[in-house]
Each structure stands twice: as C-alpha cells, then as structure tokens.
Design a protein around this ligand. Structure first.
Ligand SMILES: [Zn+2]
Length: 356
C-alpha cells in the first residue's frame, strides 16, 4: 500500500497532476471494497476547499553555470512567484544572495524541507543545498512557473463500521492522506513516511474491523489538507458528520513508518488513564521498545479535536530514516519495522477502551 500511495500516479498526493483527487478516489474505493459504510449520507467524501500556490510547469534553476536538480539540489519556497530571469547576485548576508531587479533570492541550506503555502509572495525564493555548488552563488538563470489556485477542491474520506451493541459510541482512527505534491513537471514528493505509512496502517485496521465489528462503532477518516495547516481535520470538527460528544476516543497516526526506537504519544499527559491502558497492552503483548509520553501539541490532525474536547492521542514512530518533507521520503527506504506491532497495539488498546 505504501508503494501504491507513493507511486508517480498519485504524484505526492498534492496539487498538480490531480494527485490528491486520485488518492481520494482510490481511498474511497478501498473503503467500499472493505465494506465500510459511508459516513456522509451515501458518500465517503466530505468536500471542502482552500487556496494554495502550486508549481505545475517549468522549474529550471542554473547557478554559476550549473543546472541544479529540483528536489535534490534546490527547492523553491512554497510562496514563490513565477520568474524568468538571469543576472548577477549580490550577497545579502552569510547565506542569502539577491538579484533586486527580478526579486530572486537564493538561500543556502543544510537540508531542504518543503511545505505548502496559501498565497504568492512578491519574490522568488530558491533554497539551495550547500552541497550542490562549490562556490557562493554569483550568477543565475531561472525559469519557474507557478499557479495560485484560489479554491482548491478536495475531501476528507470518511467511513465506519457500526457497533453491534453500542453504535452511538465511536472510536476514530485517523491519518492524513495528502502530502506536498509536485514541484515542476518532473519532481514529486512521495511522502512514504509522511503519511502513506499512517494511511496504510489505517487501511489495514479498516479492513480488519469491517470483518470483525465491535461493540462500539469504529470510524475511519483519511484527512486532506493536513500539510497546508490541518485544514481537513479543522473542517471536520466544524462540520462533524457525527456528534463530537459520541467520540469515545480518537487515535491519529502520522509518520508510522519506522519505530525501532518506539513511538511518542502526543496528549499522553492529557489522558493518563488511557495512556496507562496503552502501555499495559504494550507490556502484555511485548510490542514496541518504548512509548514516550508527550503533552499537547498542534502538530497533526488530532489537534482541533482535542481543542473541542474530544479525547485523543496522536502517535508517531521514532528511529530509523530521517527523511522529512523531501524527495528522499520514499517507500523503498522506509523500514516499516513496527507496522504489525502498531496494528496489534491499536487493536488491544481499543479492546481496553471498550472494556472487553
Ligand atoms: Zn504528516
């Protein structure tokens, strides 16, 4: 599943080549194939939209006469505007170089980390890996195209398995399926750890629970718009498809692809009883080497649920590869060493939540 979600067809599950839309359709079809019921009337989709700056076209950068490779040697800051220019660069500070006429800025970086922006800046900022060029940048030639989409349309994918005796109590399992998408015609960010790994775990759990209904209803949401600022999960909490009070607990997973050093649980200190339950399962079944406790944090899709009073955990795996928001976050190098243990941990934790 991680191979599939990170394939070029889905183009980084973002804003160009229809990547996020294809991923949404694929996930809804998976939910249907497993036998989940749609949560939004007769559809799995909960549509919403937001503005985003995108890079569907040219992405050419030459510095000191050398063509740089998109993604590997450079990225453009997500708010970058289109530019077709060449010329000389003046040093601005120890890491930045500017051409004032075209408002092109080069910034030297130790690591390239991409992101998503909702607007276009009055400049073009190009982040260059220090290892890509030998000397300070002196002259440049760039041709970059952008397209601001004021109303990018996407959807959360929502399904559930109705509970056998207490269907009005719901346990949610959530993971964002969007990633950063593509930068230019030839480069995309696969997002294997972030968050094809979490979506794959969610799908395995959805498949399992569809075949093994529980006392409580078990709901599944694949959120969109996470990388653009938790937009999909915020939208769900403002337009909930079930009463938020009926959510007994929400388990969000994001970055689930490693784990040789265990996991960290955000909100552990907020819900000590449940955190003890999770540790009890882990100790009984001998799953992960360590479960770290962390307080509240606005770092993934659990956040707006927590703020609305929904009890929730967000866990992420620790150890292993360090690729993050870059072109190296690939399926081939993702270890997935704790995938089965994470699956068993959640099944066991949910059993305890339901008091069985
Ligand atoms: Zn993520």
């Amino acid at each position: 599943m991680v191979d599939t979600l990170t394939s070029p067809y889905f183009w980084g599950r973002g804003y160009t080549n229809d990547g996020m839309h294809k991923a949404a359709d694929f996930l809804a079809a998976q939910f249907k194939a497993y036998g989940l019921q749609p949560m939004n009337g007769n559809t799995y989709l909960q549509p919403f939209s937001y503005p985003v700056n995108t890079f569907p076209g040219k992405m050419e950068v030459n510095v000191n006469g050398k063509d740089l490779v998109p993604g590997k040697d450079f990225i453009v800051a997500p708010e970058t505007r289109a530019v077709n220019a060449s010329g000389k660069l003046d040093q601005l500070d120890s890491i930045q170089y500017i051409n004032r006429k075209s408002m092109v800025v080069f910034k030297m970086q130790d690591k390239l980390t991409w992101d998503v922006a909702p607007e276009v800046a009055p400049y073009s900022l190009i982040l260059v890996d220090k290892k890509a060029i030998d000397d300070a940048p002196k002259k440049f030639n760039v041709n970059i195209e952008n397209e601001l989409i004021k109303d990018f349309k996407t959807a959360n994918i929502c399904g559930w398995v109705k509970g056998t005796s207490k269907p009005d109590s719901i346990i949610f399992i959530t993971a964002h399926y969007d990633h950063l998408g593509g930068m230019g015609k030839d480069t995309y960010f696969p997002g294997a750890n972030d968050n094809a790994s979490g979506v794959s775990l969610l799908l395995n759990l959805a498949h399992y629970y569809a075949q093994h209904p529980q006392k409580y209803s078990i709901g599944f949401i694949c959120f969109a718009g996470e990388e653009a600022g938790l937009i999909g999960s915020k939208y769900f909490t403002e337009h909930p498809l079930v009463p938020l009070k009926s959510i007994r607990f929400l388990i969000n997973t994001d970055l689930a692809g490693t784990g040789e050093e265990g996991i960290t649980v955000v909100n552990a200190t907020e819900f000590p009883k449940e955190f003890a339950m999770m540790n009890a399962v882990n100790d009984e079944k001998k799953l992960l080497v360590k479960i770290n406790s962390r307080g509240k944090a606005a770092n993934s899709d659990h956040y707006f649920f927590t703020e609305k009073g929904v009890p929730s955990f967000f866990f992420y795996t620790l150890g292993g590869i360090k690729a993050y928001h870059d072109v190296f976050d690939k399926a081939a190098t993702l270890p997935l060493n704790e995938h089965e243990h994470l699956f068993k941990l959640i099944i066991g934790f949910n059993e305890k939540l339901m008091g069985s």
